[in-house]
Design a protein around this ligand. Structure first.
Ligand SMILES: C[S@@+](CC[C@H](N)C(=O)[O-])C[C@H]1O[C@@H](n2cnc3c(N)ncnc32)[C@H](O)[C@@H]1O
Length: 258
């Protein structure tokens, strides 16, 4: 029997698995990583959306995530694959291992970190831990949702629907983001994640989760990379390999450990 927190987490994992199925980012990552086979660590691998295509591309992959409901989606996708493993771990407090050819902080992990740490500290810590987990000459791959105009993204007083649907347990509902504001000076995005679910017995459960996230600038990311001995070899603003600019919406970085 799941408690309320687990019901929300299980519903969210079902919605993510069902609705977040675009693999453009995974295909792009494979094209940057290239051949031959590499030992890859994906931080916050979730439901294996990206981890499994990396394994299918011939790499030896390890994933790490602290959400057991997300991780439970991997076995089905990974059937028949031998070079794939994953484990439950908090990426901020636990060890990442060492000797990897590639560490992935993809799928906007730098803005999806769940942590009690100061957010900018968590972001820079993720880069330091990635550098430590890499073999000399290995690469860090970052895919971060990035704009030169964060106020346009984050200053939305209204509600934005993220997921709506029925999960495998028969719970139906929605998750919205609301009350978005952006503190330009501190580069902090404030918003509330609201879950509202109707359970099979007709009862309704709700949860408001306040979030404060630091929207790291490109300069900050560059400084954190340099401080960890990582040298940028490639940098793109989108999956068409455009340079980061006025109209691009990502920061995709391929940086080598000295
Ligand atoms: C947007 S999902 C991305 C999942 C997957 N990487 C993908 O490409 O679809 C973000 C993931 O980050 C994980 N996550 C967030 N903070 C974490 C932490 N501190 N430790 C481990 N996993 C974390 C969540 O559990 C979630 O699965």
């Amino acid at each position: 029997m799941l408690n309320e927190e687990q019901i929300f987490a299980s519903w969210a994992a079902d919605m993510y698995d069902e609705q977040e199925t675009d693999l453009t980012d995974a295909e792009f990552a494979c094209s940057v990583i290239g051949a031959p086979s590499k030992r890859i660590l994906e931080i916050a691998c979730g439901n294996g959306r990206m981890l499994v295509p990396l394994a299918k591309a011939g790499h030896v992959v390890t994933g790490l995530d602290f959400d057991e409901f997300m991780l439970s989606k991997i076995p089905d996708k990974a059937k028949g694959l031998r070079q794939i493993s994953w484990r439950k771990a908090d990426a901020m407090s636990e060890d990442w291992g060492s000797g990897y050819d590639v560490v992935m902080l993809a799928a906007n992990f730098l803005f999806n970190i769940v942590t009690d740490l100061d957010y900018a500290e968590a972001q820079s810590l993720a880069i330091r831990k990635a550098a430590k987990a890499l073999a000399p000459g290995g690469h860090l791959y970052i895919d971060y949702s990035y704009t030169l105009y964060p106020e346009d993204w984050f200053e939305n007083p209204g509600e934005k629907l993220i997921w709506e649907g029925r999960d495998t347990q028969g719970n139906t509902g929605r998750m919205v983001l609301r009350d978005n504001t952006f503190d330009r000076e501190k580069r902090l995005a404030h918003f509330v994640r609201r879950y509202e679910l109707t359970l099979p017995d007709g009862s309704v459960i709700r949860r408001d989760i306040p979030n404060v996230k630091h929207f790291a600038s490109l300069e900050e990311i560059h400084d954190w990379l340099a401080a960890s001995g990582l040298v940028i070899e490639e940098e793109y603003g989108d999956y068409a390999r455009s340079p980061i600019g006025e109209t691009t919406n990502r920061a995709i970085i391929w940086a080598r450990k000295q």
